[in-house]
Design a protein around this ligand. Structure first.
Ligand SMILES: [Zn+2]
Length: 263
C-alpha cells in the first residue's frame, strides 16, 4: 500500500503540490532573458490550502515587487510580469497590497525608478510568509512543523523610530546567528533561505531573502517546547525606554504602548 502523503500545512491528505515560495515571484525567461525558475521548491498540499493560495500568491507578488532596495532583476520583474498583472486588474491588485499609497520617482543609475510607498496589508503578508515558512520547514527538514510560527517582516520601513530600531536590532542579532549558515536556493538572486540551529530553548528560525534586499524571518517554537521568558520584551512593557546593545551598537526602543503601530 502506498503511504498517504499529508498536506504541508494541515492533517488533510495531499492531492497536489504547490511552489514555496510562489512561482510567480520568479521572473520568466521571456522577460529577463535568463532562467530564474531552476529547481523551484514544491511541497505536497491539500485541496483547501492549494486553492486558497493563488490569490495570495498574486497579492504577494505585487507587494514585494518594486520595493526600494531590490536588485535589478527584482525591478525588471516588476516592470514586466508584475505590471502586466496590475494592468489586467485595473490597479485592484495594487489597491489590495497598499492602502493610502503614493508613487515616487527616484533617480537611479538607470534613470528614474517608480517606487511605491504606502501602508501594506500587514496581516495578509504575515499569513503569506507563515505559509512559506511551513513549506520551507517541510522541504528542508523533511518533517512537518507542529507548534508556533512567528514572522518578522524585516523590510518594511517604519516612520516610528522605536519600531525601526527594534527591527534593526533583531535583524543584526539574526545576522550574527546566521553568519556561518549555508544559503539554499537554486536562484539566489531571486530567493534564498537559511535555517538556524536550535537555541537553548529549542527555538530555531528561517531567514528568507528575496531580490537581494527583502529580509523576512520566521521563528519556530515546537509544541513540545515551552515558551521562554523573553527578558527583553518583558522589560519593554515596564520601562519608558529600553536600550539594547549589540557589540558597540545601541538601539533605543520606547515602551510598546508608546509606539505607533502603523508600519
Ligand atoms: Zn492543508
Amino acid at each position: 500500500m502506498n503511504k498517504i502523503i499529508k498536506c504541508y500545512m494541515c492533517d488533510r491528505d495531499a492531492i497536489s503540490s504547490e511552489h514555496v515560495p510562489p512561482k510567480n515571484l520568479f521572473p520568466e525567461l521571456k522577460d529577463v532573458g535568463e532562467d530564474y525558475r531552476k529547481h523551484l521548491i514544491t511541497v505536497p498540499s491539500c485541496e483547501i490550502h492549494n486553492s486558497a493560495k493563488s490569490k495570495d500568491d498574486e497579492f504577494l507578488m505585487v507587494s514585494l515587487a518594486g520595493i526600494f532596495g531590490n536588485n535589478s532583476i527584482g525591478y525588471l520583474h516588476k516592470f514586466t510580469k508584475v505590471n502586466r498583472a496590475i494592468r489586467r486588474t485595473s490597479n485592484k491588485l495594487l489597491d489590495k497590497a497598499f492602502a493610502k499609497r503614493k508613487h515616487y520617482n527616484l533617480k537611479s543609475d538607470n534613470g528614474f525608478l517608480e517606487v511605491i510607498w504606502g501602508t501594506p496589508d500587514y496581516a495578509r503578508l504575515i499569513n503569506c510568509f507563515e505559509h512559506i515558512a511551513y513549506g520551507l520547514h517541510y522541504h528542508h527538514l523533511q518533517k512537518y512543523f507542529k507548534g508556533e510560527v512567528k514572522v518578522l517582516l524585516g523590510y518594511l520601513h517604519s516612520e516610528d523610530e522605536s519600531n525601526h530600531n527594534f527591527v534593526q536590532f533583531l535583524k543584526d542579532r539574526a545576522a550574527i546567528d546566521l553568519i556561518d549558515i549555508p544559503h539554499y536556493g537554486a536562484n539566489k538572486d531571486i530567493f534564498y533561505y537559511q535555517f538556524s540551529n536550535p537555541d537553548e530553548h529549542g527555538i530555531y528560525m528561517v531567514h528568507m531573502r528575496f531580490y537581494g534586499g527583502i529580509d523576512i524571518y520566521a521563528s519556530f517554537l515546537p509544541e513540545d517546547k515551552s515558551k521562554p521568558f523573553n527578558f527583553a520584551l518583558e522589560l519593554m512593557k515596564v520601562c519608558d525606554e529600553t536600550i539594547f546593545t549589540l557589540g558597540d551598537k545601541e538601539y533605543k526602543v520606547k515602551n510598546a504602548n508608546k509606539r505607533r503601530n502603523d508600519i
